[in-house]
Design a protein around this ligand. Sequence first.
Ligand SMILES: Cc1cc2nc3c(=O)[nH]c(=O)nc-3n(C[C@H](O)[C@H](O)[C@H](O)COP(=O)(O)O)c2cc1C
Length: 324
Amino acid sequence: MMDWTDRHCRFFHRLLTRRALLYSEMITTGAVIHGDRARLLAFDPAEQPVVLQLGGCDPRALAECAAISEGLGYAEINLNVGCPSDRVQEGRFGACLMAEPALVGDCVAAMKARVRVPVTVKCRIGIDEQDPEQALDAFTAAVERAGVDALIVHARKAWLKGLSPRENRDLPPLDYGRVYRLKAAHPRLPIVLNGGIGSVEEAATHLEHIDGVMMGRAAYQEPWRLLAVDAELFGEAAPAPDAKAAAMALIPYIERELARGVRLHAITRHVLGLFRGVPGARAFRRHLATQAVKASANAETFRDALVLVDSGQAARQTVETVAA
Ligand SMILES: Cc1cc2nc3c(=O)[nH]c(=O)nc-3n(C[C@H](O)[C@H](O)[C@H](O)COP(=O)(O)O)c2cc1C
């Protein structure tokens, strides 16, 4: 997610779940080819498995970017066919590619020819006046023929004219049934459901119908929920016993990154929702919002914020989630 799932966010999320696949922000082919590649594509090996999401519509450029990303160690390459922003539409990529299944098929085939890691696509159920039954079938047939390894479907249309990107994440109604039907019609193609999944328990219910789930805002805004992923969905212990322990485990990373010139706020802004609902969470957030932005902020600033959170309650939040 743009501006959210940067490398600091992903490193932090990896302290909460070993098994979830983590995705980068969308990076355009132009940025990969002409931009500051070292900065844009950098990640810590501890984030693995991590997926790079590309934005673009030129098969040759996408193949080149996929090869570069595979060379850097990304575990999967994903093509964005869901973003509705004006800038992306002007570039003729993102959600507007729902209207060009043959071109997306060419993009997938070109990437598949260059890399060995999985190549996946994230799409909508349709755009604008499209009929989601026909549009999603045609789109899926094209990418399946091209050899796509999985399709992630944000289970709502995108309205490219008249709705902002933010409105496009909430307003067109969700249609999980459409994605379940797609799965039934494509038993061999892994299909992942995205959109409005608010908890790991909800995710488990969807998994009775489809192969995977992708959580966006709930994972980012309430990251403590990720502590339930390994236990609930994979039958394995979480990497940290509770949210506070996960936050403590972030401290060596904070010290390392600060020594490289990173500002504390660049890391801790992703941690603000970790204790949502726990006594002291507001003081924790306020402390970080006012102190972590200062040039002098350091790991002590983060430790001071953690002291404000009720440890017993923070541990209970996790236990209740896992038991729910
Ligand atoms: C701040 C923000 C940035 C996003 N950036 C991307 C992006 O770069 N690529 C993408 O495929 N989806 C992006 N999305 C959409 C989400 O991945 C997801 O499809 C959408 O929010 C619905 O899922 P959710 O209800 O679980 O959040 C973004 C969403 C938000 C809130």
